[in-house]
Design a protein around this ligand. Structure first.
Ligand SMILES: [Zn+2]
Length: 279
């Protein structure tokens, strides 16, 4: 398909490989998605506050790799990151880059809830939802989508997103705006893969309960408003009830999760009295 004149003008107005990749008139192959991921990750890391702690990051990554090992061959090598942000959120960037907020680690009640969130994000990548979004972006008005999404979705980082409207966060916002079906697929992926990795899949619906209890504004991706958290809670419970689960699935990991929570609180300066008391 030929690029339109408007598209060529846009390309000229934008900069960098990310923009070129977004506007190139080709399907997003696995290789393209890897390249796009490298670029978007670098920009995103410059725009969010990363938690640079090997222990916490390795802990999150180990859970991710356990789920991946139980899932079978994947098109991407996954990398896991922790963002120092209270919002209960996680997101996946192109090519298998998964970001989990400290808000998820601190609000989760046990390791199976954290595993549920990580499993959901892996599901978006494994099911190629990002490539699907990319194709949708090409079909519609790219600029409009980037402007709207960057302005609205990263509410907590609106300044950062607006400051680099064509940068990593804007692109990340767009590729993370998933359809209702994609959210269901990612939840289904988590429910199916957690038991294979030895985790109790009930961590996902119980984390939805946590999210509903916390209430407040709805940041992007994990708290996406469609389908509603209530529906996701019901749907995942039904899916779990239909499974023939083995015994011995774990919701806890012998206190390791609680140690990581304490470490996060220390590193981020949030003491234990703050937990759960935020309005
Ligand atoms: Zn999602």
């Amino acid at each position: 398909m030929k690029c339109s004149r408007a598209s060529r003008r846009l390309r000229a107005a934008l900069y960098g490989v990310v923009a070129t990749a977004l506007l190139s008139c080709s399907t997003l192959s696995v290789q393209d998605e890897k390249q796009l991921g490298e670029d978007v990750v670098q920009q995103t890391k410059g725009q969010v506050r990363m938690l640079h702690d090997r222990v916490v990051r390795d802990y999150v990554a180990d859970i991710g790799y356990e789920i991946l090992d139980a899932t079978g061959p994947q098109p991407f090598d996954y990398t896991f990151y922790v963002v120092d942000d209270d919002a209960i959120n996680a997101f996946a960037l192109p090519g298998g880059h998964i970001f989990v907020h400290t808000g998820v680690i601190l609000k989760a009640r046990n390791v199976s809830e954290l595993a549920g969130v990580i499993g959901h994000e892996i599901g978006h990548v494994a099911r190629r939802h990002i490539a699907r979004n990319y194709n949708k972006m090409r079909a519609g008005s790219i600029t409009q989508q980037i402007l709207t999404t960057a302005g609205g979705l990263y509410a907590g980082n609106a300044g950062a997103a607006a400051g680099s409207i064509f940068g990593g966060m804007a692109v990340a916002s767009v590729v993370n705006t998933f359809t209702r079906e994609a959210e269901r697929e990612a939840d289904d992926f988590a429910v199916a893969s957690l038991p294979r990795a030895g985790y109790d899949p009930n961590g996902l619906p119980t984390f939805f309960e946590t999210m509903m209890r916390e209430g407040g504004s709805r940041p992007p991706e994990f708290l996406s408003s469609h389908p509603s958290t209530e529906n996701r809670l019901t749907d995942t419970r039904e899916a779990i009830n239909a499974l023939d689960l083995p015994s011995g699935l774990r919701a806890n990991d012998g206190g390791k999760f609680e140690i990581i929570q304490r470490r996060v609180r220390l590193l981020t300066g949030r003491d234990s009295t703050e937990r759960g008391s935020r309005p």
